[in-house]
Design a protein around this ligand. Structure first.
Ligand SMILES: Cc1cc2nc3c(=O)[nH]c(=O)nc-3n(C[C@H](O)[C@H](O)[C@H](O)COP(=O)(O)OP(=O)(O)OC[C@H]3O[C@@H](n4cnc5c(N)ncnc54)[C@H](O)[C@@H]3O)c2cc1C
Length: 387
């Protein structure tokens, strides 16, 4: 199989483009009707396995662990090619979050057994961090894991666990000790969702899709061997944001797609002569341009210097809030030309405004709410102290 680290950018781009054009199912592309579409369930597994077979899986993972071993600039190009082909995203917590954690904190046995099963999709992982009353204030989590011989007895509840109903396993933060500080005594535990005592209950999001779940654990026996990084080390692990996920979450892709939708609506409704509309469109387009510039300069800095600095937090705030503002604009100008009553769409526009508006709501919440991100920026970049 080709070692894509060794080729030129042009050869890499051409090779990946040709492969996607041949293999990616055309009707799974994101479109103006479903601009923020993500693959999930069987479709996601099918696509990830296809990438694996073609040698295009896990661009950031080292080759010794079965990944492509690409440097940052190449990973950026990889993502750009996927975007050019309108390939829908996949939320692969195994590849994006757990894999790097196992590589850094896992034992050699855990690396040997778990990493290949992530790549082959034999294990599908979800992220069990948040609990009721422990979201932004994650360290307040209360799910307990009490050691009993060769197992932990786990009790408690997780919430907002994305795609848990389609996952085989959950990596979770659990409380193993009552420490002086609430950050102490948290451990990072791998839980097989088929174990007796686990109940997974889906929750519909505001767009009506069962996107996340509650996960209840009632006296679940989890082998002690499933601990990653040692007992009570969970907070350190959770805080070690590994890989470049903090940058990708701030990519301008979603805002660009929302703006493409805006262009379609303004054109279809003949609103370019309406100066108020044209003004707002121009302002949003300029903001997308600014975001692209910031994203580009942060990516360039990472290429030069390695890890991103704390200012990378700006990207997530700007990208997600801009996506929301454009979706709000789309809804305002389309008015009743793209309404929804129950299951029926009204109007002739090739868009589903209700869906795009609703799917843009949670983006400023997950992965750290905007308010909390601003607080972190105030302290870490501006050096402001809390009163
Ligand atoms: C679509 C989606 C998918 C998710 N997927 C997962 C998942 O897979 N796994 C997982 O573990 N979690 C997941 N989450 C949960 C997510 O991490 C939490 O929703 C997030 O951390 C916010 O926590 P919360 O919902 O408890 O809100 P809260 O923390 O209660 O916040 C409520 C409001 O108060 C504000 N606020 C809170 N604290 C402060 C502060 N100190 N200063 C200023 N304002 C503050 C917040 O910004 C927010 O506006 C998901 C959430 C969403 C929306």
């Amino acid at each position: 199989m080709t070692d894509w680290r060794e080729t030129s950018d042009a050869a890499f781009e051409a090779g990946f483009s040709a492969w996607i054009a041949e293999h990616y199912p055309a009707d799974w592309r994101h479109s103006t009707v479903r601009p923020f579409h993500r693959l999930r369930g069987e479709q996601a597994t099918y696509w990830l396995r296809l990438l694996q077979t073609g040698g295009w899986r896990a661009p950031a993972w080292p080759r010794e662990h079965g990944g492509m071993g690409l440097g940052f600039a190449r990973q950026r190009l990889y993502r750009a090619v996927l975007e050019q082909h309108h390939v829908a995203r996949v939320l692969d917590f195994g590849e994006q979050m757990l894999g790097p954690i196992i590589m850094t904190f896992g034992t050699s046995e855990q690396k040997r057994t778990l990493l290949p099963r992530i790549l082959s999709c034999d294990d599908i992982w979800c992220q069990g961090y948040s609990e009721p009353n422990a979201g932004s204030d994650l360290a307040s989590l209360r799910m307990t894991a009490v050691e009993d011989g060769d197992a932990f007895i786990v009790n408690g509840q997780k919430i907002w666990t994305t795609h848990a109903q389609e996952s085989t396993h959950m990596f979770a933060l659990v409380r193993t000790t009552r420490g002086e500080r609430k950050q102490d005594g948290i451990s990072f535990l791998l839980i097989d969702l088929q174990l007796p005592g686990i109940r997974v209950r889906p929750i519909a999001n505001i767009a009506g899709e069962e996107e996340y779940c509650e996960v209840f654990c009632d006296d679940v026996r989890v082998p002690v061997a499933n601990l990653i990084g040692g007992r009570d080390q969970g907070w350190t692990i959770a805080k070690a944001l590994l890989g470049h996920e903090r940058i990708w979450v701030g990519s301008p892709d979603m805002a660009r797609r929302a703006l493409a939708l805006a262009r379609i609506i303004v054109t279809a409704l003949g609103l370019w002569q309406d100066f108020a509309v044209a003004d707002q469109f121009a302002a949003l387009a300029t903001d997308v341009h600014d975001l692209e510039a910031l994203y580009g300069s942060i990516c360039d800095a990472v290429e030069r210097e390695g890890a991103p600095g704390p200012q990378v937090g700006m990207l997530k705030i700007l990208a997600t809030e801009l996506q929301q503002r454009i979706c709000d604009f789309n809804a305002a100008i389309a008015s009743d030309h793209a309404g929804v009553v129950g299951e029926d769409r009204i109007g002739s526009l090739p868009v589903d405004l209700h869906w795009q508006l609703m799917m843009a709501r949670p983006v400023t919440i997950f992965g750290g709410a905007s308010e909390v991100q601003r607080d972190i920026l105030a302290r870490s970049v501006l050096g402001l102290q809390s009163r």
